[in-house]
Structures are given as structure tokens and as C-alpha cells.
Design a protein around this ligand. Structure first.
Ligand SMILES: C[S@@+](CC[C@H](N)C(=O)[O-])C[C@H]1O[C@@H](n2cnc3c(N)ncnc32)[C@H](O)[C@@H]1O
Length: 265
């Protein structure tokens, strides 16, 4: 996204965001005070931080298949692992927020769309150690390396599935899994994002939580986020600028929140 459009999106977010004091919904107030507005020490998320440090020193080459929105940084299909970790892997600050969000909801079954090298997956594992975690990656070499990385840091029970989302995410696959929490961090384009949202929304239960990454990344992602907020199945959404959260809880009144995420201020 051009810097100017991103700046406009951020200013809109900045002036619209409310703190915990401005929230009347007990559900949102708890989310803010128990997850968003907290801090996380490095010792709580040692494994993903250690993996990231290790990968940032790795100068070997890896082949990637461009299945999603592409890279803003590097053309072509060959990447240095270090660059992939830097540009495509979860950054510590958003990883810690993701960790707090997932820890707050304590899901039993987590699906992550887009594994890359497995840094984000390890944040999920730290947050919900008892959960069944399935992560999907379309690039073969990347999936193989991610599987090795994740096992190296003690999470060999995480299931790394290699395949394109459009092929892996059949109605049977989703219905069998019944995920309680889904992290959408793969294909950052409007139409595919809405397609994957719809596939999971068809099987969402009252407690299902969706976390969308990079909802303001591009005009297409802005449009996708607007369409998700307008979807009749959705009861409540929360815009944290870096993440968009989606809830289906029937007991909540339909509302769309813009929450002050202190990492952005
Ligand atoms: C931003 S990275 C994921 C980062 C990772 N979740 C983390 O937190 O470290 C996105 C990944 O999704 C994969 N991807 C993109 N589109 C895909 C698709 N349609 N099917 C399968 N994988 C896809 C890419 O290969 C890339 O590795």
C-alpha cells in the first residue's frame, strides 16, 4: 500500500480508537484489560523469539512459491532465509499481542493460514500449549523448514500441512476440525481473504474467534475488512489496526469496535 494511504488509514484509526474506559461491553472491557492493554515479557515467549534470532543469522537460500499477495520487498522466487524471517515472519511486537489474544481465549483447536518459517506458530503454541494447532503453508520448501523449526523448539505436536489454502480448506476438512480460533495470515488479497472467511464462517460456532492480520495492508484488505464487518453472520468486530478480530456470539449486541492498541500509539 502506498505510504500515503497507509498513513490515512492509521490517522482514521488513531482518532477513532477507544481505550478500556470508553467501553460499555463487559466482553470487550475484559479483552482490553486482560489482553490488549497488557505487556508480555521476552521470557513468556522464549521459543518464537529464539527461533527468530536464529533465522535472522541464516544466510541460506530457499525457494518460495508466490501463492498470495506477493512480497513488497523481493521479486523472484528465491529468498535468503534471513530476509524471509525479517519481512514475512511474525515480528516480536505483534507476536506478543497475538500471544496475549490467544492466551485470553484459550482455544482448543487453532488453525493458522500461512506458516512461513513457523515464528507465528510458536507464539500460538506458547499461548495455548494444550491446544491442537494446525498450520497451513503453500510453499513446499518453506513448509519443510517450518516443520523442522517448530520441532526444534519443542512443538513437534503442531501439525504443519503443506498445500494451497483453496485446496486444503474443503468443507469436510473444516467441519472435521471445528476450529475454535483461526488466524488468517496468508493470502493478503481481497477476494481470497473473503473466500477463506466464508469457508470458516459457515462452520463457526458461538465461541469461534477469527483473527485477521494486516487488515489495513492494502486498499483490497480494507475492502475485505469492511465486507467482513458487514457480514450478517458476524456479531462483533474489533479493529486493533494490526489485527482485526471477529466474533459470532449471539449474546452480544451487534457492534464494531476500534480499540486503542498501545503498540500503535
Ligand atoms: C505472512 S506469511 C505468514 C507468517 C506467519 N504466520 C508468521 O506469523 O510468522 C504468509 C505465508 O502464507 C503463505 N501463503 C500465501 N498464500 C497462500 C495460499 N493461497 N495457500 C497456502 N499458503 C499461502 C506464504 O507462502 C507465506 O509463507
Amino acid at each position: 500500500m502506498p505510504t500515503f494511504s497507509l498513513a490515512v488509514s492509521f490517522l482514521r484509526y488513531f482518532f477513532g480508537a477507544v481505550s478500556a474506559h470508553g467501553l460499555h461491553s463487559p466482553f470487550m472491557y475484559r479483552l482490553m484489560t486482560e489482553a490488549v492493554d497488557c505487556s508480555t515479557s521476552d521470557s513468556q515467549v522464549q521459543a518464537p523469539l529464539a527461533l527468530r534470532r536464529q533465522l535472522l543469522g541464516d544466510r541460506s537460500l530457499i525457494e518460495v512459491d508466490d501463492l498470495g499477495g506477493g512480497s513488497r520487498h523481493t521479486p523472484g522466487n528465491t529468498r535468503v532465509v534471513k530476509q524471509l524471517a525479517l519481512h514475512s515472519g511474525r515480528q516480536p511486537r505483534t507476536g506478543k499481542l497475538l500471544y496475549r489474544l490467544v492466551r485470553h481465549f484459550q482455544p482448543e483447536i487453532v488453525v493458522e493460514l500461512g506458516t512461513s518459517l513457523g515464528i507465528g506458530t510458536l507464539f500460538l503454541k506458547e499461548a495455548a500449549p494444550q491446544a491442537r494447532i494446525i498450520t497451513i503453508e503453500g510453499s513446499g520448501e518453506v513448509a519443510t523448514l517450518a516443520r523442522r523449526n517448530i520441532s526444534q523448539f519443542g512443538a513437534s505436536d503442531v501439525e504443519v500441512v503443506h498445500g494451497a489454502f483453496a485446496e486444503v480448506l474443503t468443507p469436510g476438512f473444516i467441519a472435521n476440525l471445528k476450529p475454535s480460533l483461526v488466524v488468517f495470515d496468508g493470502d493478503h488479497r481481497e477476494a481470497p481473504t473473503l473466500d477463506y472467511f466464508d469457508r470458516f464462517a459457515r462452520h463457526a460456532t458461538n465461541d469461534t474467534v477469527f483473527i485477521f492480520d494486516d487488515i489495513h495492508w492494502s486498499p483490497g484488505m480494507e475492502k475485505a475488512w469492511d465486507a467482513i464487518r458487514a457480514d450478517e453472520r458476524v456479531k462483533v468486530t474489533a479493529d486493533l489496526f494490526t489485527f482485526g478480530l471477529v466474533f459470532f456470539r449471539k449474546e452480544l449486541s451487534r457492534q464494531h469496535f476500534v480499540l486503542r492498541n498501545r503498540d500503535c500509539f
